[in-house]
Design a protein around this ligand. Structure first.
Ligand SMILES: [Zn+2]
Length: 185
């Protein structure tokens, strides 16, 4: 996942197959809203995103669409927002990303697009494009305190557990830092 992915030269059978595989993988996940080709071990510049509509602060994911050779040409309005990744199940965090993004690329039919993404859609697209350059969401965390996991407690309720607490409980206080430095970052 740390490799830089190669541009797609033409939309051929192989690329269409890759897009189908990405869509199947995303659909099989419980809460995925985007996926990049390197996450299924295919180092081509293809991502799929389920863009949503933001109404009254709520974000609802739509039908996944493919972005081929996506390239960010403008970004602004950096803010801290929710982040997570299908490659890190159960791990979530707050990252700083642009909330306004202008991206050029090709759609699935090989037609060029030039689009503006705003709000959480910009976060999703930025996260997926990052994957094509080997950048992961944990790289964009300011502090380990911004990482957390969601667990079931003894009463079966879902609770938020700070990432650092998981390691303290494992009686290895240095583990979180080591994990970030060596395992993840
Ligand atoms: Zn991801």
């Amino acid at each position: 996942m740390r490799h830089k992915s190669e541009p797609v030269n033409q939309i051929n059978h192989q690329v269409r197959r890759l897009i189908r595989d990405l869509q199947d993988t995303l659909q099989a996940s419980e809460d995925g809203i985007g996926l990049a080709a390197p996450q299924i071990n295919f180092h081509k510049r293809v991502v799929i995103v389920s863009l949503g509509i933001e109404a009254d602060g709520k974000w609802q994911a739509g039908t996944p669409e493919a972005l081929i050779n996506p390239q960010v040409v403008e970004m602004s309005d950096e803010r801290k927002d929710f982040d997570g990744c299908l490659s890190f199940p159960g791990l979530y965090g707050k990252t700083i990303r642009p909330h306004r993004l202008r991206v050029v690329g090709w759609n699935e039919q090989g037609q060029p697009f030039d689009r503006i993404y705003e709000g959480f859609n910009a976060v999703v697209v930025h996260h997926e494009i990052d994957h094509l350059d080997g950048v992961l969401f944990i790289d964009r965390i300011e502090s380990v305190n911004d990482l957390y996991t969601i667990r079931k407690n003894t009463r079966g309720e879902l609770v938020v557990v700070p990432f650092s607490d998981n390691f303290r409980r494992n009686e290895n206080p240095d583990c979180a830092d080591t994990f970030l430095k060596q395992g993840l970052a």
